[in-house]
Design a protein around this ligand. Structure first.
Ligand code: ATP
Ligand code: MG
Length: 400
């Protein structure tokens, strides 16, 4: 069986029998997806091997199993009318297994490209004519011998693992062939790419959604600041993003999502270089941390959009009604500064800030560098949102 659902009827929520949507993965993205699906009248099943996880706390059904457990996947397919994924490292096999049985968005082939930096870069290069944006110069490093033929102009560079990298993990910055040899040896023999280090002016992400009818919509361009490899803040509209960069990014995102034949929410990260040129970095085949602001600042959140796309309903309005800044809350704020002494952050003071919307993911244990929640600061102007961000950081002991 192949996916031939594109002309099928929309999966309108019903209570008898209940209409179920499924999500692979039980993290915070699955939790916020469940909230959005339930708000529209669907019931939600989560397939996730961890017992106590953010999405299982809210879903009507938790299928407690590994992502590649075929009995569990068959149960998911029998229960649900459509399935999506919040965890991009679900295997191609599992998604194809589901895709043979029910509608899945995005489809397995799209997720596979995003799971593999080389496939992703090759895809971006191949659609460069349509998107008018290319990835950073790079070289595949699959063995120590590949290092001998690395062109000198790729230094300084960043060595990245081809698979399973996130939040800056699986990366090493290198300035010479010798450093590259050492860094590659430390990657335990996994396949890598060496990317040229580019002079970044700022980083943006473009959230784009495509419905089953092929219609695509782009959210406002978001500007991201990372700290220690982890997203720190997202500001929308991006304060540095000029009209020209916004147009290039928007058109590139539309070209990329069309060429993929993608259904669902896709987040594409771009670098804007000091000379104003855009470079496409990577894509996440799902709602993304940099799109969390849409819950509080847009007509249709990225999660509600994912629900619509997978249910083959028309996409929702992506209009942003207020400027917004999103601050990630890491486990660090549960500890006194420079000590292991635990503390409870003063959430009462945070929620007292005008326009501050607190989201906590219900994780049982706060660990440093672990994403525990986020705060969206919504205000009539970005300057006002910034005032509240500054106040919140002072309350939480976060250096700005
Ligand atoms: P995440 O999943 O959190 O987005 P990741 O671990 O998949 O991150 P990248 O997004 O590729 O990795 O890189 C992390 C950060 O490193 C980027 O946001 C950027 O700040 C910096 N970086 C990555 N590649 C380059 C490059 N070629 N030139 C300059 N800086 C880079
Ligand atoms: Mg990234």
């Amino acid at each position: 069986m192949k996916q031939t659902f594109l002309n099928d009827a929309p999966l309108i929520p019903a209570t008898t029998p209940a209409t179920w949507l499924g999500v692979m993965g039980g993290g915070q993205l699955g939790r916020m997806f469940a909230h959005a699906a339930q708000a529209m009248g669907y019931k939600v099943a989560v397939l996730e091997p961890a017992e106590d996880c953010p999405a299982a706390h809210v879903a009507e059904r938790h299928i407690l199993a590994d992502y590649d457990d075929e009995i569990a996947l068959a149960e998911m397919a029998a229960l649900c009318v459509a399935v999506t994924t919040e965890f991009e490292n679900v295997s191609h096999h599992s998604l194809a297994f589901l895709g043979d049985r029910i509608f899945i968005a995005p489809k397995a082939a799209c997720v596979s490209i995003a799971q593999d930096r080389i496939a992703e870069k090759e895809f971006f290069t191949q659609c460069g004519v349509a998107s008018k944006v290319l990835p950073a110069p790079y070289r595949n490093i699959a063995s120590p011998a590949d290092i001998d033929s690395v062109p000198a102009d790729l230094f300084p560079g960043i060595l990245k693992t081809v698979r399973l990298g996130y939040d800056g993990k699986g990366q090493a910055r290198v300035t010479s062939v010798d450093e590259l040899r050492i860094a590659y040896a430390n990657m335990s023999g996994v396949q890598c790419v060496l990317e040229k280090m580019l002079p970044l002016a700022y980083e943006i992400s473009v959230l784009v959604a495509r419905g089953a009818d092929g219609r695509a919509l782009v959210y406002p361009i978001a500007e991201n600041v990372h700290r220690d490899g982890i997203l720190f803040t997202t500001t929308v509209p991006g304060p540095n993003v000029g009209a020209e960069a916004a147009e290039i990014a928007q058109n590139a995102a539309l070209a990329i999502i069309d060429q993929l034949g993608y259904v669902g929410v896709l987040c594409i990260e771009f670098f804007v270089l000091e000379d104003g040129a855009l470079v496409v970095n990577e894509m996440a085949p799902r709602p993304h941390n940099s799109g969390h602001y849409t819950i509080d600042a847009c007509i249709t959140s990225q999660f509600a959009q994912q629900v619509r796309a997978m249910a083959r309903l028309p996409l929702g309005d992506v209009r942003q009604h207020s400027p917004a800044i999103m601050l990630n809350i890491l486990g660090d704020v549960w500890f006194e500064a420079n000590s292991d002494q635990p503390r409870e952050p003063a959430w009462d003071q945070i929620v007292a800030l005008p326009g501050a919307v607190l989201h906590l993911y219900g994780k049982a244990e706060a660990r440093r560098a672990r994403k525990m929640g986020h705060i969206t600061f919504v205000a009539p102007t970005l300057a006002q949102a910034n005032v509240q961000l500054t106040a919140a950081c002072a309350i939480l002991g976060i250096d700005l």
